[in-house]
Ligand binder design. Structure first.
Ligand code: NAD
Length: 471
């Protein structure tokens, strides 16, 4: 490991925030109010497992309450500490403002390696952690709504939702206390894929902006572009799958914690994911070459690098060797502040985390609204829409010589179900946010990168909200 001193994740995020804020005309007092975390709660709780007491440490940090509820995932990882959870909570504030979801920013974490525990043990640990947070109103449909993050998913969210219900039996909106739940427990279609899907929509929008593509030295479309993905978990898997299967991009390397797979002809993501699920590792996958040391594969020549695992993986030590033309930060904080500067100077375009992975919170917002309205999206209008479309087709076909193809009829007749509506809402959100960032980016010579532009759009909105609200 190098001896180069890097700022912590929180400090790194603040350096990026400060770069943007310097270009704004905000009072120092307001800047400070926006920057700091409002509160971070640390809980140490015991669970009796395997014949003994085990003490676990968990956090819930609330960065900004300019809008409530506050929103942010719960992470299970050994890296979890106050610094990490506060950095992630602050990113949630800026992210929510950027994609116009009406939430403040928060984040939670439990310092645990989920792989060390059996499912029933994880359930006990999760329920106890949830109990500690719920009784302090740190999980509550109106105040603080968690979601999945690294190391957690639908299963954990279902346990948290059930724990909340047990403790709040008369709260009719109980299901809105957490998002990312399974469909049968009040979840929404498309939430599992949402963050990876959002990464795809973000890239599609980038490729609709020739001026932005030019900054990265890219031309054409996503088709045939070489992509490297780090982390084939929820976010990385969906992004890689959609980009390779639907946009015909080529995933030439996948990096995981236990090595990397490379294949210049493109890796079949579905096959690799099935292999990982079946064997617990990417080793011995026969659709590419296995490398025990994963990090050199991140430095291969490619068009797009997608870090989708964790923070600080592109740092002062390796930034110089990164050859990607552009980086899209599917993970939170994958590029340290120092690496960001090196990459900027090299002309690498970075689509920043606060925008790139905002698909998750966007669809979480839809789920929260669904829970509060107690009805599935599309339930009232889908068949009515189909009936109107059928009428039009019948009328058109009644005209002599007019024949519509079966493919057209099938596509046109299909009324939008929940998944269609969620994807459409997500696509619209990602496009609108991208356009706001791109416009800001090109509005002044002083704004030299997309991260600063994204922070500017977002901080302006948070500042406006504080001003309207008063303090
Ligand atoms: P996950 O736990 O599902 O997947 C993470 C993957 O990365 C795993 O496959 C893990 O083995 C791999 N990994 C871990 N350390 C690695 C390393 N050093 N090198 C290579 N691979 C490594 O987590 P996730 O939910 O996909 O989250 C990934 C990132 O995306 C995190 O930064 C998270 O904060 C961010 N994010 C997630 C969501 C979401 O909806 N899940 C939303 C926004 C942002």
């Amino acid at each position: 490991m190098s001896a180069i001193k890097e700022p912590t994740f929180r400090e790194s995020t603040e350096i990026m925030f400060n770069r943007a804020v310097r270009l704004m005309d905000l009072s120092p007092g307001l800047v400070e109010k926006i920057r700091v975390c409002n509160a971070t709660y640390k809980v140490n709780f015991g669970v009796r497992l395997r014949g003994d007491f085990h003490t676990f440490t968990g956090y819930r940090s609330v960065h900004s309450e300019h809008m409530e509820p506050v929103k942010g995932g719960i992470r299970y990882a050994l890296s979890v500490d106050q610094d990490e959870v506060e950095a992630l909570a602050s990113l949630m504030t800026y992210k929510c403002a950027l994609v116009e979801t009406p939430f403040g920013g928060a984040k939670g974490g439990l310092c645990i390696d989920p792989r060390d525990w059996e499912e029933n043990e994880l359930e006990q640990i999760t329920r106890r952690f949830a109990y500690e947070l719920i009784k302090r109103d740190l999980i509550n449909p109106a105040q603080n709504v968690p979601a999945p993050d690294m190391g957690t998913g639908e299963r954990e969210m279902a346990w948290i939702a059930d724990q909340y219900l047990r403790m709040n039996t008369t709260d009719i909106n109980n299901r809105a206390c957490v998002t990312g739940k399974p469909l049968n427990a009040g979840g929404i279609a498309g939430r599992v894929e949402a963050t990876g899907r959002g990464v795809q929509y973000a890239l599609q929008e980038f490729f609709r902006h020739p001026k932005d593509m030019e900054m990265a030295g890219l031309t054409g479309t996503l088709k045939g572009k070489n992509i490297i993905v780090q982390g084939l978990g929820n976010v990385g898997y969906h992004a890689a799958k959609f980009l390779s299967e639907e946009d015909e991009a080529k995933v030439i390397a996948v990096l995981e914690f236990d090595g990397a797979i490379t294949n210049p002809d493109g890796i079949n993501i579905e096959d690799l994911k099935s292999h990982i699920l079946a064997t617990g590792s990417i080793k011995s996958f026969d659709g590419g070459i296995y490398h025990a040391e994963s990090s050199p594969s991140m430095e291969l020549d490619c068009d797009i690098l997608i870090p989708a695992a964790m923070e600080s993986v592109i740092n002062l030590e390796n930034a110089d060797r990164i050859k990607a033309k552009m980086i899209i930060e599917a993970a939170n904080g994958p590029v340290t502040a120092g690496a960001d500067e090196i990459l900027r100077n090299k002309g690498v375009v970075i689509i920043p985390d606060l925008y790139a992975n905002a698909g998750g919170v966007t669809v979480s917002y839809f789920e929260w609204v669904k829970n509060l309205s107690h009805i599935r999206f599309g339930r009232m209008q889908r068949r009515q829409e189909e009936t109107r479309h059928r009428l039009l087709i019948e009328e058109l076909e009644s005209i002599e010589g007019n024949h519509l193809s079966d493919r057209f009829k099938q596509k046109y007749l299909h009324g939008a179900g929940e998944l269609d509506l969620v994807r459409s809402g997500l696509d619209d959100t990602m496009r609108a946010a991208y356009q706001a960032i791109s416009e800001k980016w090109h509005s002044s010579e002083e704004i030299t990168d997309m991260r600063t532009a994204a922070f500017l759009v977002s901080i302006e909105r948070v500042a406006k909200s504080y001003r309207t609200k008063g303090l």
